[in-house]
Design a protein around this ligand. Structure first.
Ligand code: FPP
Length: 255
């Protein structure tokens, strides 16, 4: 019976989806998940309920991305600036990765998803690192969607660290200035080995990048929506993809 309902539900969903081309699916989608707090405030609920509900939207986005053939999905889960929030909220956010993985890891493994993390693990609590490390290790050989969590990630810190390494290597004679190229920088960022995002989605109505992937987003298509993250679902994801497919990417050249 449940299967019948599920398949009816899926059929209904299919009808509401915009028609998408299978040939022009963004390889890498990055998401700034914003609006959890406002979603909760509107309902008279504590902000953490917004984050908790936002966790479910992470799963919906991952399934939608996987279904359509996106190869990399990067989620901005915690920024280097988010430590400025009240301690209770930070503590709660630091528990979410392990809660998410405790609920979803088995299904993600079944779906051949590979978990990845970018950011600065050295500042994270041991329980958060342990949960991420376990998920990364258990999905290491998976070949499907790469679900990349940006946790304690900040683009300026990422760039500063790469540039400092270049400066040290040049000073020590290990790197010649001619080899300090865009490719060198690419390969010394946290996204080394991952292509730049083709599409950036930001929910919650704000129109800014908030220190997210400043180098990597140079030629990404940007899609903003007023929808608060906890409400973000498969239809919104596919709306963004449909809009992406209507755009012409010129990379500074002529079309
Ligand atoms: C921004 O909304 C959101 C965050 C700082 C946290 C995002 C985290 C999640 C959605 C859950 C992550 C889940 C996993 C599995 C790691 P906000 O709080 O700034 O919202 P506001 O602008 O409305 O206040």
């Amino acid at each position: 019976m449940i299967k019948v309902f599920q398949s009816l539900w899926n059929k209904k969903q299919e009808k509401t989806l915009p028609s998408l081309s299978k040939d022009n699916v963004p390889s890498h989608v990055a998401i700034i998940m914003d609006g959890n707090g406002r979603w909760a405030n509107r309902r008279g609920l504590p902000r953490i309920v917004g984050h908790q509900t936002g966790m479910k939207a992470v799963k919906r986005a991952a399934i939608a991305a996987d279904e359509i053939g996106v190869k990399y999905l990067t989620m901005y889960a915690f920024s280097t600036e988010n430590w400025k929030r009240p301690k209770d909220e930070v503590d709660f956010l630091m528990r979410l990765p392990e809660e998410f993985l405790a609920i979803e890891l088995e299904e993600l493994i079944e779906k051949n998803v590979r978990i990845h993390m970018m950011g600065h693990p050295e500042d994270l609590p041991p329980h958060t690192i342990a949960a991420m490390e376990e998920a990364i290790s258990r999905t290491r050989n998976n070949t499907g969607l790469v679900l990349n969590f940006a946790l304690n990630y900040g683009s300026r810190r990422e760039l500063k660290e790469a540039f400092r390494k270049a400066a040290e290597d040049i000073a020590a004679g290990r790197l010649s200035p001619e080899v300090f190229t865009e490719e060198w920088i690419d390969s010394h960022l946290q996204t080394s080995g991952i292509p730049d995002p083709d599409l950036l989605i930001r929910t919650g109505g704000e129109l800014r990048l908030s220190n997210f992937m400043l180098w990597q987003l140079a030629y990404s298509e940007l899609w903003f929506t007023d929808i608060y993250w906890p409400e973000f679902g498969r239809d919104h994801f596919y709306q963004a993809i449909a809009e992406y497919q209507r755009r012409t990417r010129r990379y500074g050249g002529l079309s």
